[in-house]
Write a new protein. Structure first.
Lengths: 727, 162
């Protein structure tokens, strides 16, 4: 059966459909996890370690318990199974014998008021024996182990082609990437309610309900069916909600007190309580022929994973597999290592390992262009990957990957007008003193590609259910809506296939099977695919019942509802072998970015004026949402380029607030112009690719290239600081 | 230290009983009076997600002591539009239709800020809009669709006036 797309239904695939939750959100009625409330509810609060490395001699909770309004104080001894972790269970729910990072939870309190809970935390006496923290990632491999599982999360080598091959032109550099935070606007929040069957209901803001459910059940010592999770309204995610945060704490407190317990992180606690983007140090050397064809590529990548593993293992693979960028590289040696330190744990953030590598390889491509006397755009075109080419891992690109097309389209976009004569439009804004005559404009270019979906043999899937009862269509799927607009897509798919206007999107919870994680740009394909299959199955049943007559959906489901559940899988991938070779990835997307910046070179101030981009999207399912992902992703790339870094000194975060960790405001965000390149991806629903990550990846190196062009400064580190420009 | 006081929110008086006097206006609105529209994003006046009007001035509710707002006229996002189901102001409608809403956590604060701007300047320049909403952090949109929404609201008001 085939269904023509977008022919009948308004608000279907390809249309500017609006969000089903949009009205509730603008009216302030949408319920975020922090808005949850229950009769008789208590407030939970964690006490966190002030030290990056210490032995816990004792914890005295008696003074906290004596405070009026305090109902429970729990420590490691109260956790049935005291370990969890996204991919590997190496992290305690509450630290028992040692603390391994500043901010690690040591105790949790339930009280009748959030301020009572905070006072109770302050009254807990922890006797620490302070140890020397391991904070230098370069030392971690050889240092004494700070965890029974060792100090190396992954050590990955990729060997391709002839190890001795070299071209006549060589460029090399060492690059550093600072620790970026996802800084979503809605801090972590959840409400746990004990149930009469001895289980717990947890409503929580997360990216993956089922993975959380399994970890919570393990830690509580409960069978999974007694732990029911529902998605609380999520105020942004960007990778930071892949790991369990307050989940187990809230459930433990609810079980202990027999009352609902709500936990809402403060902003400072949010900065300490979730993983960050891995800081990295990357060395690269490229050699090429005189006319700019890459001959060899070598790289050494070191990622600081912080105290616990989280997703470091797969971040390492991404950093390594995509280290050379979207270019043909016949001979390569890449060595990537992620290590454990007493720094804050790092894990998933939009771009997932590729952001770090891309900053380095794009700086290298500009050096190579200069060494070969070529225009940077021309050099990239000469080396651009295309379908049929092989990656560093030997994998042949089988889907679409229009690298040359995005490069050409982006380079051809019109440049912005000269700067406005307004102090607000100058580098530093009205509060600084950039002098108009000193401002220099620069333009930079960068290209990236990244895998979509999970990799290395992971058996990924998603499940969706379509129920039609008396003509009312309800679609259920456990995919986490975190702001990206999956709920809109569900309605668009349903309208297109079933040709009805109203599609009810059921709340996401664990009553249905897993939809996998809202990460890796995967939900459009995976859960979009499951929803498409379920709706098509329902459509087929309608056609059977109609037996050739016109479909009257209400009449055909008036007596017997249609209720179908379908599962979607992508094709199998495989692990990497000892040489880092293998078909490890499903699908790829590429993007090109051209940045225009104004810089005051004396003050080291930068204003990012304009970002032009061309992005490989497969097929546009919703122009509003694709544009929103591109503009939002670029703003995060701007942040990493010139503003955002969690400053960690001696294992302590020094700027855990929006006063000191600066994310782009409306005055910092550039004007964005985007061209969408549509080459439908085989095997993907409607040919669409996930679009969330590419905008964040090459926007950063494009901006830094523009700063180099304006100033001549080397800028081998992001974020670029005033002193990197002035000195 | 607790005391009974009365706050006037969206035109209606609300008694606040047995509250600790150290509570912020944001906390009292959200947790005691049932107005969760203002959001706690940072609780130090940096993110603007808790923006409300106090006697017509746009303020961060997290920085105002609730007890200090006694006698003032407080307007929250819940008080902007008619009470009926699904009703929206022109600014709210423009946000939905232009794709200016993603996760939506910053949205109520931005709606308040844009209304406050357009009430004092019916035809702001692009830079004036950026300046006016620069106290409202958004992490999802990069502000592009939000600027578009403001433009749509401005032109719809202009169309309505002519």
């Amino acid at each position: 059966m085939t269904v023509e797309i977008g022919t009948r239904a308004a608000g279907g695939i390809g249309q500017r459909a609006i969000r089903p939750d949009g009205i509730a959100k603008v009216r302030g009625e949408f319920s975020f996890a922090a808005d949850l409330w229950a009769d008789d509810m208590l407030w939970g609060q964690a006490l966190r370690s002030l030290h990056p490395s210490a032995r816990i001699r004792s914890i005295d909770t008696s003074a906290a318990l004596a405070i009026t309004g305090v109902h429970a104080v729990l420590t490691a001894d109260d956790v049935p199974l005291n370990r969890y972790g996204l991919e590997h269970r190496d992290q305690p729910v509450l630290a028992g014998d040692v603390v391994r990072y500043t901010g690690e939870p040591v105790a949790v309190v339930a009280a009748d008021h959030p301020d009572t809970a905070r006072r109770a935390c302050a009254a807990i006496v922890v006797d620490y024996e302070i140890l020397d923290p391991l904070v230098d990632a370069e030392r971690a491999v050889d240092a004494a182990e700070i965890h029974p599982d060792g100090n190396v999360f992954r050590d990955l080598v990729i060997r391709r082609g002839d190890a001795e091959a070299r071209g006549p032109v060589a460029v090399e550099g060492t690059y550093e990437i600072g620790m970026q935070d996802q800084a979503f606007m809605g801090p972590e929040a959840g409400l746990a309610t004990p149930t009469s069957d001895g289980g717990v209901d947890l409503v929580v803001s997360t990216q993956w309900l089922h993975n959380d459910r399994d970890q919570v059940a393990e830690c509580l010592g409960l069978p999974p069916e007694l732990v029911r999770l529902s998605l609380g309204g999520v105020g942004g995610a960007f990778g930071a909600r892949e790991d369990v945060s307050l989940h187990v704490h809230a459930c433990l407190l609810a079980a202990r007190t027999g009352r609902p317990v709500k936990i809402v992180y403060s902003r400072a606690e949010s900065f300490l309580g979730h993983v960050h983007r891995h800081p990295a140090r990357i060395w690269m050397r490229h050699t090429a022929t005189a006319d700019g064809q890459i001959v060899s590529f070598e790289s050494r990548i070191l990622l600081d994973g912080g105290a616990y593993r989280s997703s470091s293992y797969h971040v390492t693979a991404n950093a390594a597999c995509f280290a050379a960028g979207p270019y043909r590289v016949p001979n390569a040696h890449v060595h990537a290592t992620a290590v454990r330190t007493n720094n804050p744990p790092c894990g998933a953030m939009r771009g997932f390992g590729v952001v770090q590598s891309c900053f380095a390889h794009e700086a290298q491509m500009d050096l190579l262009a200069e060494a070969c006397g070529l225009d940077p755009v021309e050099l990239r075109l000469r080396n651009a990957l295309a379908p049929g080419d092989e990656l560093l891992t030997g994998q042949r690109i089988e889907g679409t990957l229009p690298v040359a097309e995005v490069i050409r389209a982006c380079a051809a976009m019109p440049l912005p007008a000269p700067a406005e004569d307004d102090t607000l439009a100058r580098p530093g804004g009205s509060g600084r003193t950039a002098v108009a005559a000193d401002i220099r404009r620069g333009t930079g270019f960068a290209v990236s590609f990244k895998n979509l979906m999970y990799a290395e043999g992971y058996m990924d899937g998603s499940v969706a259910r379509c129920r039609i009862d008396g003509g009312i269509v309800t679609v259920s799927c456990a995919a986490a809506e975190v702001g990206q607009g999956f709920v809109t897509l569900v309605q668009q798919i349903g309208r297109t296939i079933l040709e009805v206007d109203d599609i009810i999107v059921a709340p996401a919870d664990t009553s249905i099977a897993s939809a996998g994680s809202t990460s890796a740009s995967r939900q459009t394909m995976m859960s979009g695919g499951a929803v498409e299959k379920a709706c098509r199955a329902a459509r087929a049943e309608l056609e059977t019942r109609a037996a050739g007559a016109a479909i009257d959906i209400a009449a055909l489901t008036a007596n017997t509802p249609i209720d179908v559940t379908e599962e979607f899988h992508h094709r199998l991938t495989h692990p990497l072998d000892a040489d880092g070779q293998g078909d490890a990835h499903v699908s790829f997307a590429c993007a090109a970015h051209r940045a225009v910046v104004d810089v005051d070179p004396e003050l080291g101030l930068v204003r990012v004026v304009h970002l032009a981009t061309a992005q490989d999207v497969g097929r546009v399912l919703n122009p509003l949402q694709v544009t929103g992902q591109i503009e939002g992703g670029i703003a995060q790339g701007v942040g990493l380029a010139v503003m955002e870094e969690l400053i960690v000194e001696g294992g302590r975060v020094r700027n855990a607030s929006f006063t000191d960790y600066l994310i782009p405001t409306a005055l910092d965000a550039p004007t964005v112009a985007a061209v969408l390149i549509e080459e439908p991806e085989p095997g993907a629903p409607f040919g669409a690719k996930g679009v969330g990550e590419p905008p964040t990846i090459s926007s950063t190196p494009a901006i830094v290239a523009a700063i180099r062009a304006a100033t001549g400064a080397a800028c081998t580190r992001v974020p670029v600081r005033p002193r990197d420009i002035v000195s | 230290m607790t005391e009974m006081y009365v706050l006037r929110v969206n035109g209606t008086e609300h008694a606040v009983a047995d509250a600790w006097l150290g509570e912020s206006l944001l906390y009292v609105l959200r947790e005691r009076l049932g107005f969760p529209g203002a959001k706690a994003g940072c609780e130090q006046g940096e993110c603007g997600s808790c923006s409300v009007l106090v006697d017509g001035a746009l303020v961060c509710a997290c920085l105002v002591l609730a007890a200090a707002a006694v006698g003032s006229e407080i307007v929250t996002v819940e008080g902007l539009q008619p009470d009926e189901r699904g009703a929206t102001t022109d600014v709210q409608r423009a946000f939905v239709e232009t794709g200016a809403v993603q996760c939506g956590f910053c949205t109520p604060g931005l709606i308040m800020a844009v209304h406050a701007l357009l009430d004092r300047d019916a035809a702001p320049t692009d830079l004036a809009v950026r300046e006016a909403i620069s106290g409202n952090l958004c992490r999802c949109t990069g502000y592009g669709r939000i600027l578009e929404a403001v433009e749509v609201a401005v032109s719809s008001r202009r169309g309505g006036a002519s």
